[in-house]
Ligand binder design. Structure first.
Ligand SMILES: Nc1ncnc2c1ncn2[C@@H]1O[C@H](COP(=O)(O)OP(=O)(O)OP(=O)(O)O)[C@@H](O)[C@H]1O
Length: 639
């Protein structure tokens, strides 16, 4: 899909609003167009990233949508059958006591003169009220337990599936933004629990109450019951129409808040850049636009939600008044006062479940987009997967062969790698150089099987990597990426990340840190290895982060180490420390360095240049002849 280029900030509101004609009354003075152009591109991506979910569901009609949403959550509800069954038993008790209350209320009106009988009947009525209150409490508490438990299971299972998704889902122009994903798994999943509760609370409790009250009315007066039955379909029709509208409005509200979350997720981690480029104002303008879009969508939703019960009540009470007057006239004295009171009380208690059904329907329509968007994350056909007969390899020497590798990210994109052949011997250090965008990182992604090549094969110790289990393959390859990724937590937790959920081996942590030249600075930190390094390791310098990342790669004890050298310049002492660490690592690992500095290239035994998808070896002699300036400029290196 090619994205239209949106140049004017004016388009932002309409893009977010799904091409609806609503424009926002924007209170801030807009900055010049040029200032907003780059951000508008990011927002556009955000919008499109969320579109597939909405677009995919368009052909479905309202009913099949409901069925498919229900089918998604059904297995999780089934596992909660126990509390659901208990809750429904309590609801039966509650409805039973209600039906007795209705009869008693009619009886009391006929014996008002007899104090003793009234006292006895009043006591029974009080007990029935108490039973109804207690059983209603247990009914609701147990149904919430079931709803929240099933949503907890949905969350966990969707997240597990999400982690299994191909890297392509997260990367590239079609990638879904992290903030959008986070929003679906957090806030939207919470909305689903309301939907699930409303459904469970309707299926049996409301139906039961409706049936019992209707039966009671029918027993008292079939003719009047038939007249009152006219009210029910009219309420159902109106509720169905309003529910459809509410679903559309809810979908927009879900998307607008997801956009806001996605935006914050991009901007807050980039706060250093925002501050250094003094773009706080334009960021606040962008935030304001997204917040306004969200405000508009949510306000519409809330107004609609407030409107539905009012309309239902107007229809109901209007019809009820007409009915009461009509029934008195029609009965012409055939109905005694006691029966009439019981009949009207039953009718009043009939509204509760009808409203319950209406509310549940609204909740379902409101929750459907959330269910669709959440389960969309878990619906995929993996491109990279384990073969059925995939093997585990326990130890490898580290020999790597790329044979005739070609790759392109998408059919309509050019080839990034075009017939690449490379043989790295076990224990050898090879440097990969070349212009930016030449395909060096892509080659590493293929080695890790984050993508599969278009054609050609990659071998590790003569095993085709497609025949190795993914987990086993990746265990033998340590990666130190160009953008160092550290997590908030202690130094030890970051180095021993692989064993975070089991037991971190502190001896191995310290050994890895020593080899990576990190031990010295770690010991100067306030709590040594137990020091918390802040969000994404923000309290460490660039060089310290790199050494920590090397230590983390070493902790996993890989045979092959891939170092994607950071291009940002380190001071000479930090650079020396990192280089010393790499030199130590080279002694007993196969090392593939994506090099950007001449000094690093000089450490390698062989150097290859990757440009325009083709790989060529740079003769070692040109390095020793001292023709380094020439080499550096040809390979685009930092001297
Ligand atoms: N996920 C992706 N989807 C689409 N195209 C991509 C993706 N990742 C990389 N590319 C494109 O593939 C080409 C090679 O990218 P790659 O990251 O491999 O280059 P590189 O040689 O490692 O560059 P650098 O030295 O700047 O890190 C680039 O043109 C890039 O735009």
């Amino acid at each position: 899909m090619s994205l239209p280029v949106i140049q004017s900030p004016l388009f932002l509101g309409t893009t977010l609003n799904h091409n609806r004609s609503t424009d926002f009354n924007f209170p801030l003075k807009l900055p010049p167009k040029s200032l907003l152009r780059p951000p508008s591109f990011i927002i556009l991506r955000t919008t499109y990233a969320s579109r597939p979910a909405a677009a995919k569901s368009l052909p479905l009609d309202s009913f099949s949508r409901t069925i498919s949403a229900f089918a998604c959550i059904k297995p999780y509800l089934q596992s909660e059958w126990k509390p659901i069954l208990q809750a429904w038993t309590f609801s039966a008790i509650s409805v039973f006591s209600l039906s007795r209350m209705v009869t008693k209320s009619g009886n009391i009106s006929s014996i008002l003169n007899d104090f003793h009988t009234v006292r006895g009947e009043g006591l029974v009525l009080a007990i029935l009220v108490l039973v109804r209150l207690v059983s209603s409490y247990f009914q609701q508490a147990l149904l919430w337990e079931a709803a929240l438990n099933s949503v907890y299971r949905v969350r966990v299972s969707v997240f597990e599936k999400l982690l299994e998704r191909d890297l392509a889902f997260f990367e590239g122009s079609d990638g879904v933004l992290a903030g959008d994903i986070a929003y679906r798994i957090t806030a939207e999943a919470s909305d689903i629990s309301d939907t699930v509760f409303a459904l469970l609370n309707t299926i049996v409790p409301s139906t039961l109450q409706l049936a019992v009250m209707a039966a009671q009315m029918l027993a008292i007066s079939p003719a009047l019951s038939l007249i009152s039955a006219v009210v029910i379909p009219s309420i159902a029709l109106v509720t169905a129409y309003l529910g459809k509208r509410l679903r559309e409005i809810s979908q927009n509200a879900h998307l607008s808040i997801a956009m806001l979350a996605a935006y914050l997720n991009e901007v807050i981690p980039s706060i250093l850049f925002v501050k250094s480029s003094s773009t706080e104002w334009s960021e606040s303008v962008r935030f304001n636009r997204l917040a306004l879009a969200d405000l508009s969508a949510r306000l519409k939703k809330k107004k609609m939600k407030a409107l539905v019960p009012q309309i239902v009540q107007v229809i109901y009470f209007g019809a009820l008044s007409v009915f009461c007057v009509g029934s008195l006239v029609l009965s012409g004295g055939t109905l005694d006062g006691c029966s009439l009171i019981s009949f009207i009380t039953s009718l009043v208690f009939l509204i509760e479940p009808i409203q319950g059904v209406g509310k549940a329907y609204n909740e379902l329509k409101e929750g459907e987009p959330a269910i669709e968007r959440l389960f969309d994350l878990a619906r995929f056909e993996p491109q990279v997967n384990n073969k059925q007969d995939a093997i585990d390899i326990n130890s490898v020497t580290g020999e790597v062969k790329f044979c005739g590798i070609s790759y392109q990210y998408r059919d309509d994109f050019p080839l990034v790698l075009n017939g690449v052949d490379l043989h790295i011997k076990a224990g050898e250090t090879v440097a990969l150089v070349g212009p930016s965008g030449g395909g060096k990182t892509t080659l590493v992604k293929l080695l890790l099987r984050l993508y599969d090549p278009l054609c050609g094969c990659i071998y590790i110790d003569d095993f085709n990597i497609r025949s190795i289990r993914l987990e086993s393959l990746r265990r033998h390859i340590g990666l130190v990426s160009q953008d160092i990724i550290l997590f908030s937590g202690t130094v030890a937790e970051n180095i021993g990340y692989k064993d975070l959920m089991t037991e971190i081996d502190m001896e191995r942590v310290e050994h890895a840190a020593k080899v990576a030249n990190a031990d010295e600075f770690i010991r100067t930190l306030p709590n040594g290895y137990e020091t918390n390094i802040g969000p994404r390791g923000s309290m460490l310098s660039g060089g310290q982060k790199q050494r920590l990342a090397i230590a983390r790669a070493l902790y996993q004890n890989p045979s092959i180490l891939v170092l994607d050298e950071a291009t940002s310049a380190l001071d000479s002492r930090s650079e020396l420390l990192v280089r010393q660490a790499v030199e130590r690592v080279m002694k007993n690992h196969t090392v593939l360095i994506i090099a950007h500095r001449l000094e690093t290239v000089l450490m390698a035994e062989r150097v290859f240049r990757l440009d325009d998808g083709k790989l060529e070896e740079i003769a070692r002699s040109s390095l020793v002849r001292g023709d380094q300036q020439l080499l550096a400029s040809a390979a685009g290196l930092v001297v």
